[in-house]
Ligand binder design. Sequence first.
Ligand code: ATP
Ligand code: LTN
Length: 322
Amino acid sequence: MRVLSGMQPSGTLHIGNYLGALKQWVEAQSVDAFYCVVDLHALTLEIEPETLRSQSFDLIATFLAAGLDPDVCTIFLQSEVPYHAQMNWLLECVATYGELSRMTQFKEKSSRKTGYRVGLLTYPVLMAGDILLYETTEVPVGDDQRQHLELTRVLAERFNNRYGSTFVVPVGVQPKVAARVMDLQEPTRKMSKSLSSPLGSIYVTDSASAIDKKIKKAVTDTDNEVRYDWEHKPGISNLLDIYSSFSNEAPQVVAERYTRYGDLKSDLSALVIESLAPLRTRHHELMADPAELRAVVTNGAVKASEVAGSVYRRAAHAVGLI
Ligand code: ATP
Ligand code: LTN
């Protein structure tokens, strides 16, 4: 099994990113796991250069604080392995305009602004390259990335059919619960770094009082019955999913223990605060040692380049580059 996944340094991680992706990464880490900060992807939307740099360091610190061990897996910056940009070009010449313009994330993000960047359209091709460069078999991601994963498979198969067997065709893996954590204020919309209401997202480095306030104010409904039912009770089901993901129990089992919303919220608040406390402390310590973070990714880029380089050369040869 070969694992690769990536996250954009577009802001502090929320518990959707943590439960939907990062927690699975920690569980799947091995010498065959590659995790990258996809800083090139973050350029698709307007971002201050200094902000991008500091958020990239912050994200490396969050990876380590959550339990990724650079002696076990490979942690690197996408921009420091030039094969990602090179592979992107080979794959752009396999992808079609039509299939990229149909991507939900593109439609959603491009509709917010006129004059969006071309990179926003071609973003999933860069992502496909990230994955295919590592002969990846499994990609642990949240539910919102399914469509990009499907495109990656389509491009890999199209390339293999046209140029001969070159790429391993990967599958996406989602956690059983919390693959789509919803906004606490609007439980029909996913929790998001860029689009959430102030009380809608719990960030992994939030203080205990901020976490408690956000959970206590989470939107529920008026019938006061604790039941796991996404169709009729999205607010409560979202809280049960978060609970169940942190406690490793089925959401239905958690629901049976409660009759009152207030009790569920109090216990959930204590559970989230306790579960995230070590991450928060460790993150704070790591941010004080930028040299250590720099060393982790410098080393990671060397390891990643060995694998990515050989796959890139294979693909370049297949299309006819000398
Ligand atoms: P943005 O809202 O700015 O697009 P994001 O919060 O969706 O950002 P990404 O960096 O795009 O975050 O995603 C990182 C990882 O977290 C991906 O694997 C994605 O599937 C996962 N993820 C993002 N949001 C959620 C969510 N609400 N629930 C579960 N997983 C999520
Ligand atoms: N598109 C993803 C981030 C991403 C990624 C990847 C995820 C870029 N490259 C490779 C998994 C594998 C997102 O927006 N969350």
